[in-house]
Design a protein around this ligand. Sequence first.
Ligand code: ATP
Ligand code: MG
Length: 207
Amino acid sequence: MIKLNNITCLNSYNHVIFKNLNINFRLGKKYLIIGDNGCGKTTLLNIIYGLYRNYKGNILYSDSITKLVAYVPQCNYLFNETIKNNLIKSLDYYDSDYLHELLKIMKLYHYMKKLPDGLNTKVNNSTKSLSSGQIQKIKLIRGFLSNKRILMIDEALSNLNNDSLISILNFLRDNYDKTLIIVSHQTNLIINHLDPEIIDIKDIANS
Ligand SMILES: Nc1ncnc2c1ncn2[C@@H]1O[C@H](COP(=O)(O)OP(=O)(O)OP(=O)(O)O)[C@@H](O)[C@H]1O
Ligand SMILES: [Mg+2]
């Protein structure tokens, strides 16, 4: 799967952010990455995905990264296209029944149904036509639809109301067999539902 060997991460001033991290991400397991703001959680996901290269150590992948991993990043950005296009962006294939099921699990279905153009409504980033929680749900659905063996989710649960969060966590517990790597500060609910392996990144730069 993905094996991190002795990863020491440096910031742009070459100060150590975290050091000597060894993690073996295994098939079907669930991982929760925790740690203070600025300790390097997002940077770690970027390293795994090949977006950040200022580190020492090495990483072994069982397949090419784009085949293996889907990444739901921390930033709340959607494309200025229809909601539907945002939901299925860059997917080769998707199952429309599964998409509708996910909209229901995410508690977005009824909201979308009431829009005059439904899923064909255009997203407008500048007028903020969707709430932060709704944007997170759309990004999460895209991640679930992508059907990669590993899904990395960076703080994309932070704006969800309790009902929606519990609905998603129940889905992940009962019906999702992919490897999950979640960065979140909502540790209690996630630990209770998913019983993940916990990876605590120690904040070296700020300690
Ligand atoms: N583009 C960048 N250029 C320079 N330094 C950066 C950049 N992005 C992050 N850093 C630094 O790297 C460190 C780790 O940041 P990172 O975003 O990985 O933290 P985090 O654990 O994800 O925090 P949060 O909980 O706030 O999301 C911080 O000290 C930050 O200042
Ligand atoms: Mg972060």
